[in-house]
Every structure is written in C-alpha cells, then in structure tokens.
Design a protein around this ligand. Sequence first.
Ligand code: TXA
Ligand code: MG
Length: 318
Amino acid sequence: MNKIGNDIDIAAELLKLGEVVAIPTETVYGLAANANNKKSVEKIFELKNRPASNPLILHFSAIAEISAYVEHMPEVAIQLAQKFWPGPLTMLLPRSSKVLETITAGSDFVAVRIPQHPLTLALLKKIQFPLAAPSANLTGKISPTEPIHVYNQLGEKLPYILDGGICEKGIESTIVGFKNDEVIIYRHGVITAKDIFDVVKTEVYSSTEIDKTITPGMSISHYAPKTKFFLFDSVDEIPVNLITEKTGLISFNQIHAELQLSNQRVLSHCSDLNEAASNLYKSLYELDALGLQLIVGIKVPNVGVGIAINDRMIRASS
Ligand code: TXA
Ligand code: MG
C-alpha cells in the first residue's frame, strides 16, 4: 500500500481500526481520527506534539449528524450553517455529553464544521462517526496545503495520507462563537466578518475585542517557518541591511528589484486576496526549504480575507 493515495476505502478502514489518517479539506490538510474513540484522539495529540489543553474541531458530513454532539444550536448558527456549510466555517457550540473530554480540553463548547472537500465528504459519509481533526502539521509549524507538506512532517508516523490535491482556500477555517445573537470571530479565515454580517444582520465582533483566551490554540506562536521571518507594512520599510542574496520575500503583488527572483514569492499578481490566501503556506514552505538567512513578509491590505492573511503572517513572525 502506498502511503499517499486517494482511496477512501483504505482511509475508512484505517479510521475504523482506530488509526490516524491525514485528510484533505478545502482549507488545509487535517490529521483525523474517530472522534468517539478516546485512544485514537489521544494519538492525534501525540503525533502533533499538541498540548492536551488545545481542543480539536469535529468534522461532519451533514447538519443532522451534529445534533447529538451539541446541546443547542442558536438561530444565527443555523443560518450560518445553511449558508456556508459545507465550507470553511467552524462554529463553537455548547457540547453534549457525547463529546469526549479529550476533544474539548475541558471546555463546555465544542468546535464543529462540515468541510467542503469531495473526498473527505465521501469519506465522512462512509463512516459512522465524526472525525476529530486539527491541521496536519507539528504544533507551531506551518499548516499543510498539499500531501507532501504532511508527508515531510508526519509521513513516517502515519499509515495513510488521503490525497485530495492542493487545498483550494489555503488557510484554516474562520472560527465563530455566539453571545446572545451576536457573532464573535475567534479566528479569521476566508469567510469574512462582512460575509457573516450579510447573513445574520447582527453585530459581528472580533475576539481581540472580546476575549483572547477562549481559543487556546490562538494564544501561542503559530505557523512558524524554520527560517527567521520578519514582517513589514510595505517594501519601502525593509531596512537596506536586510536586503542580501540570502533574503527571501513574500509580497502581495510585486517583486523587489534588488532581491534574487528565485527567493521571491508573489501571492497574487492580480492583487486577489483569495488567491493570495491560497498561496501563502505553499510560499512559506518553498522559501523555508531554500536555506535562506531570513524571509521578509509584506502585509497585504488589511480588509476582507486580507485580515486572515495578515493574522497568519503576524503569527509566523512572532
Ligand atoms: O480549517 C480548519 O479549521 C482545519 C481543518 C483541518 O478543518 N483545522 C484546524 O484545526 O485548523 P486546528 O486544531 O489546527 O485549529 C483549531 C483551532 C485551535 O486554535 C483550537 O484552540 C480552536 O480551534 N478550538 C477547537 N475547539 C475549540 C473549543 N471547543 N473552544 C475554543 N476553541 C477551540
Ligand atoms: Mg492548526
């Protein structure tokens, strides 16, 4: 059996046996296990070197399956589910007693989503349990958007990587919670505050305005390449002493005349923020493999999906 393949029967069998399998989603690859099997879920934490205090997202194939795992779904959550699922949105909902403690890390809330990737949706329909899955990277490293990114970090330890090609969106799902009828964004993603507002028509807040501690994984340094990563607001702000042949650049839409072309990655030549999001992690992986002294990132316009891209670059640089 090849370690990387697109056979959902193999993936389903391994998951039923309690194994951990990497799965494609439209956002990033996930490291999945049977969410009802405590030993399997614990394997995820071991493999990723993830602190037990950092909870996992449950993945389902249909809204009806979720009801057994949550106490209640507010009206605004139902509206968002109908609009954005399957898709890159995760919702924090009051958990039911069916959810393993290991998954929620002691919280009264459980994170749920229906991913959009056809292979993973077909896999979820084949099995009788939801999949607990964090991003398929080692804790603190860059999230994988291609099978090879998973293989290079975890390949030795995984029985199977379900190959669904390149992740279309390229950054992790937007995470929201609810307070009364208001929506709170805990992690920005390609579904933006405006996208959410257009559906719910009530206030949408950012967690920075409310409570930074509720999503534990967001408080630590994340998405970091091995190479030192510095972030600037514009190309003009890069100090001249940082411009050498060992410097890499990730920019939104322009190349830097004084840097080697092979050390540069443009996220979107046509200034499209969605395209930029889909190229971000791939670009970080590529530049990280070049043995550079440092990588310089330039912030993208801080609007819409740009907010999520800048958030990931800020974390990569911290
Ligand atoms: O796009 C995604 O969401 C991907 C794909 C695989 O679905 N998954 C993902 O999972 O990014 P992960 O574990 O890398 O990030 C999930 C974030 C973490 O910051 C975690 O702390 C937070 O969600 N989270 C999960 N369950 C939570 C809960 N019950 N309460 C608060 N935060 C939670
Ligand atoms: Mg992650």
